[in-house]
Design a protein around this ligand. Structure first.
Ligand code: MN
Length: 264
């Protein structure tokens, strides 16, 4: 028991020392060229048609952005303003065009859900961005899956606790490559669908989004300073549902190549 306490004390002291070093050494690092002791790789996503990659800064997600999905999740789509949550950047699982990527069934859940979504990637940002100018900040678009441990999300929501454990776990942000808007145009309409083992589960159109990508950027920028590298999962249509090991998910968005994963 004594040993355990000692170890805990040691760990705590070590953690404090690290925290201190992290906060105090920032300016010094710039001057001295000090390196990170435990380097963390940048999270980057391929850009179709470019050799350069897109470095991801933050992942924002909008909740309940299609009326029929808002209703199935128990809210009133007419009266609810948009709300947002984040996933950690290193939760991204990048899926290449043409592959069926193995996606690990996560721990703790018995009700693991798919949510197919359009994702917007920003090349610039700001605060209080007017909706009319918001799309000027969009570099490109991708297909994404906002994978969700629904039982954990619902359990925490019922207790008025943060959703984190239901939404923000490893591999929870499945993402295809980014397609420059200069080539694809901006996405305001177009079919979006998801099938599991060949059977259609989700099937809608981007024009059914309650808040457009431009409006999402405007709203988000009231709460956060948006910056280049931020990506936004723009919400999922109705008929979210469970997947199990062995299922193959195929995501389609009109105007982009398909994206596919297999739950393993
Ligand atoms: Mn979602």
């Amino acid at each position: 028991m004594e040993k355990n306490i000692d170890r805990r004390t040691l760990l705590a002291t070590g953690a404090l020392a690290l925290a201190g070093a992290a906060t105090q050494s920032q300016p010094a690092a710039a001057q001295t060229g000090a390196k990170a002791m435990f380097p963390v790789p940048a999270v980057t996503i391929p850009i179709v048609g470019e050799t350069d990659v897109f470095q991801v800064r933050r992942i924002y997600c909008i909740g309940r952005n299609y009326a029929a999905h808002a209703i199935e999740r128990g809210s009133d789509p007419d009266r609810e303003p948009p709300f947002f949550f984040q996933k950690p950047t290193d939760a991204i699982q990048n899926v290449r065009i043409g592959e069926v990527a193995d996606h690990p069934y996560p721990s703790l859940t018995k009700n693991y859900h798919h949510e197919v979504e359009l994702v917007a990637a920003l090349k610039s940002g700001g605060t209080n961005i007017p909706a009319e100018q918001a799309l000027d900040h969009v570099y490109g678009y991708a297909l994404g899956l906002d994978m969700t441990r629904r039982d954990l999300q619902n359990g925490m929501a019922a207790e008025k606790k943060p959703w984190e454990i239901g939404k923000s776990f490893d591999h929870a942000a499945v993402l295809g490559p980014i397609h420059p808007a200069a080539k694809t145009g901006h996405f305001t309409k177009g079919a979006i669908s998801l099938s599991v083992n060949g059977a259609i589960r989700q099937n809608s159109d981007l024009d059914k989004m309650i808040w457009s990508v431009a409006e999402q950027i405007a709203k988000l920028s009231e709460a956060f300073e948006l910056k280049a590298g931020d990506i936004i999962y723009s919400g999922t249509p109705e008929n979210v549902g469970p997947v199990v090991k062995g299922d193959v998910l195929l995501c389609k968005l009109q105007g982009l190549p398909d994206m596919s994963i297999r739950i393993v």
